[in-house]
Design a protein around this ligand. Sequence first.
Ligand code: ZN
Ligand code: ZN
Length: 780
Amino acid sequence: METGRTAVRVAIRVRGVVQGVGFRPFVYTLATGLGLAGLVGNDPDGVFAEVEGPAPAVEEFLRRLERDAPPLARIEDVSTWAISPTRSGKSFVIAASTSAGPRRTLVSADTATCADCLTELSDPADRRYRYPFINCTNCGPRFTIVRDVPYDRPLTTMAPFAMCAACAAEYDDPADRRFHAQPVCCPACGPRLTLDDNDQDPIPAAAALLKNGQILAVKGLGGYHLAADAACEPAVAALRARKHREDKPFAVMAMDLAAASDLAEIDATAAALLTSPARPIVLLPHRAGANVARAAAPGNRQLGIMLPYTPLHHLLLASTDSPIVLTSGNVSDEPIAYRDDEARERLKDIADGFLTHDRAIHVRTDDSVARTFRGRPMLVRRSRGYVPEPLTLDSSFPRPVLACGAELKNTFCLAQGRHAFVSHHVGDLENAETLRSFTEGIAHFCRLFDIEPQVVAHDLHPEYLSTKYALDLADAEDLDLVGVQHHHAHIASCLADNGESGPVIGVAFDGTGYGPDGTIWGGEFLLADLAGYERGGHLAPVPMPGGAAAIRQPWRMAAAYLGDAALANTGLANTGLPVAKRNADRWAAVVAMAAKGVNSPLTSSAGRLFDAAAALLGVRDTINYEGQAAIELEQLAEPAAAEAYPAGLETGEGPFQARGSDLLHALLADRTGGVPAPLIAARFHHGVAALIEAGCLHLRDQSGLGTVALSGGVFQNTFLLHAAVTRLEAHGFRVLLHSRVPCNDGGISLGQAVVAAASKSSAAGRRLAGPRSGSRRTGS
Ligand SMILES: [Zn+2]
Ligand SMILES: [Zn+2]
């Protein structure tokens, strides 16, 4: 054993999110505090260090290295090995960064202003007093300003700002909180905030404008927002009208937890999410009587709330002294504006003023959105604050994979080693702008993480732009292609989210996904693992009269379901129904269209079943945003009601069919009987949950599987989710839910990536337990 007097020297390699998070100053302070000599530096592989001194001190150093790491560091791996002491004295130095070799280090996400910076921000004696761009190694912009790696100032959008002497001194001092903080700056040398390019003090003037009921464009971390006084009904209504956004809720930013608590009910999980460094928008139960304009979230029991995450937000909120609506800076469904000229052009008819600055945004990044379920966070949109940090999986990707995602709420995913880098929210891939974000984003991620994909995974839908991109890329670069069925990708995503590999009973309920049998799937019960799946059951298919028109007009789905034989015989399906009267001019034609199958693709979609229920109940005949009818049906449902409409399964050869029309039959009977709508909505939800329960029990009998994975956008419906999980757990099922990636199509890319990896690494023809007769083994 060492006596403690002999010097030892140990080399250390730390991997993970260890750059741009204050890791080297931490190592420096720790080592010098223990009287150790040596060095620390960054290279493309992470952080390297050597420490030399008495063995007990070196051991203490290694103990604290992981335990006391800086708050934003995420250590994935520390390796150490003994080397010969150099006896070069007591000095500890920061070694120069090197950029040779493979890049395996991780870029951190943008991070909310830290407590130390907030103290300085409000200290009149501090040289950064009220400076809207204050930051340090523990906080500030990261992903949104990084142009390339290694993460050093010249490769960020801070490059044009030459540090002043005072900032440079902090930057170079290993004991300083701003040591090598790449975005470090101050009023003397950093970015400048302006309101409408004039000389007035921008923050008070901007606050006055908001207080005056005007609408403000505010340049944020990942793009422009539009702001209005949240309590001012005319201002919020004007914002809605000018944005051409009829109903979709706006998010509200409140100064702090106390102010947020005035607006919504916040439990411990939600409070932790709201105050986390990622600062997502959190969907919370709206507090009755809260002083928020009705136009902020019309007809919604929930309110999306976030807390300030940049110094600019803190200053603005302190100045308005009341919550503001803060919604993405765009018109209707366009992507959020992030380049200054483009923002001025696109938002000029919406905003009465522009609160902007001269630090460029490199990657457009929307706010993340989360909710909580049973004490767990569930991300609905994973973007700013989370991206680009990878999901670390238990098993390795045998070859680098690019997964191109779906069409709506697109994300892509690049995977290599044990890391899956799910991209920021790209958006709906239906215009040139989002397609450009998609292709540029992929190129950016490939460069940042030094990944050259060898496998490209894609959805089976031939018309998705992401599919077309995948086919073109594979063709041009001679890469392997893996087509992954949409709902299999959902279930695989849920498995990866939970660090599992199946097999499970997967329930994938959503609006639309391409089925290999030529119909549109969306109410699927799969027996699945990562490598493959088998369709165990599904909602009974119904026609979608008019195709895509039926998605925008839920009343068409009501007509389609009413044309169903089971309902037609009940006598309830007649033109005396209110939904038929409201749409009398086209009702008969649409019923006939569905019956004859003219321009009426068949679908087993759960989303369309919710649409039909919403229309039959008079909730909504047409929608203004995706999922609106189902969302409003959920809002209507009476939380205390527990009764469920019954629905049958038709079993036999092949996949079972669950009769969604049974639920609508019961709904119509209740409606005719004068049962209050909130009770009907609740019974319908419980009926869908009972149908999920019945389907899973049936498949458990057949397969012996006792774990259920729930995925697909329909499970954003927490009323349904709660009812389904309760029923499944009562039968002893283990239930897997999403948490780190969305259950909606934003999670598809991760699922595609793990399916591509599994289908390439596992033996062909791997079998799942379960029924085989008549069902299709659809290799993904
Ligand atoms: Zn800070
Ligand atoms: Zn400075």
